[in-house]
Design a protein around this ligand. Sequence first.
Ligand code: FAD
Length: 493
Amino acid sequence: MSGGKKRIVIAGGGTAGWIAAAALSQQMGELLDITLVESEDIGTVGVGEATIPPMRTFHRLVGINEQEFVKATNATFKLGIQFENWKQVGEKYFHSFGVTGKQTIVTDFIHFWLRGRELGFARDFGDYCLEFKAALKERFSLNNQAKLNYAFHLDAGRYARFLRARAESCGVKRVEGKIAQANQNTDSGYLTSLVLESGRELAGDLFIDCTGMKGLLIEQTLKTGFEEWGHWLPCDTAIAVQTEAVAPPLPYTKSVAHSAGWRWQIPLQNRVGNGIVFSSRHMSEGEAKDKLLSSIEGKTLTEPNVIRFKTGRRKKSWNKNCIAMGLASGFLEPLESTSIHMIMTAVTRLIQLFPHDEIKQSVVDEYNSQAESEYERIRDFIILHYKATERDDSDFWRYCRDMDVPEDLKHRINLFRDFGRSNQVEGELFRLDSWTQVMLGQGVVPSSYHPMVELMSEAALKSLLASIAEKVDKDIAGLENHADFVKRYCGSM
Ligand code: FAD
């Protein structure tokens, strides 16, 4: 790299490009000269509207005012995801963002609950979780008495524009145009500049590839390679459509499984994002489109948008002087709303490992190893939803039920079934509570509980469980109707 300010060129201005631009300019702006190039003719993928709670930490890092953000992006609050028809047709469960019961050092809450259930006095598992009950009762608040762990449903296009305004105010230069070619140093293979169709050349020291699934720099230029995971996650196509809202927005995402995949419903303030995800080996595009259109409520606002995808990750997220973020770095289906989060961790990781004078291989290796492990852990959590099914009503579900899964996941399922333990690995995104809720929801039930819970008398256990559930009920009473809260929150700026 040259002395003075490092020249960063961000290729692509979708959610990934603008998140990268906003974070780098906010955190390191004085050290960097950042240019972002995007093409209105090409456009963005136009989806990506459900998020998870760590987004709030990222927003604090970048200095985003939450109220301004909610208003600007037509956002609503999200307390979790309701899964319908995943374990069995007609059954539902909830993956909430909250803690269920109480954290104990020795053994997990689920063991107390299992014993209580055996003794006949434990309520449903979700009754011990504030976020779960608040979601189903459509309640929300930001008061400090009942602190909820939450995320957002947002308008992706508005979010990119919101971030763009922030990034530009921190000095990021935006260039409109189509990248025609990337130049490389003939010896090192490092990227040296991007040439636009207009002939304009953008030289840089570090290039961030946010050009979407094709990975213009990381793949088409640097031929990094792609590790495919379609054998574990067979869905490969989505169709998205927006509709008018016909009911007040729910504070949770809906994921409804069908015979060859699932469909989503994401409620915003003014409209609903809907989509269907399916395996093209098991369902035709026409059938999927009919299924989607017959399941939606409200007038359609957009034409159905068909998106084909390949599940997997780029073999290296960082190759030479190019770092891929967003869809350019890989794709995991949006079942647990993890992609935007992974863009945020990618740019945070880059800031933490930012190259000083020159790019050192140890730093690149560290970045790639962290990215790889993040991808694989999230991948395994998503596979769990498919593998642990009792559905037997279609070739798709029989395939999922019978498929071989990664060793780590096999171990986790066995450990939970044999011992009631959800093993959380250090630094892992999904916590013990998430693994436990999805395992139970999908029908993986521990065969026994930890013997230590028997040291507690029946009366003490009964009183403990009752006190947790009562506290949840009391906290719920202090919350507001979610739709009323959003209206008031956005109106009070
Ligand atoms: P894109 O939006 O594709 O942006 C690519 C950018 O590169 C555009 O600005 C384009 O103009 C530019 N570009 C490309 N080629 C050129 C060129 N030659 N010259 C100049 N510019 C160029 N994530 C979530 O977190 N939650 C969700 O609920 C969720 N749902 C999803 C549903 C589906 C069906 C899919 C496919 C993805 C979903 N995602 C979700 C993922 C999320 O949409 C993406 O992670 C996010 O939008 C980032 O996309 P991107 O910026 O990487 O790519």
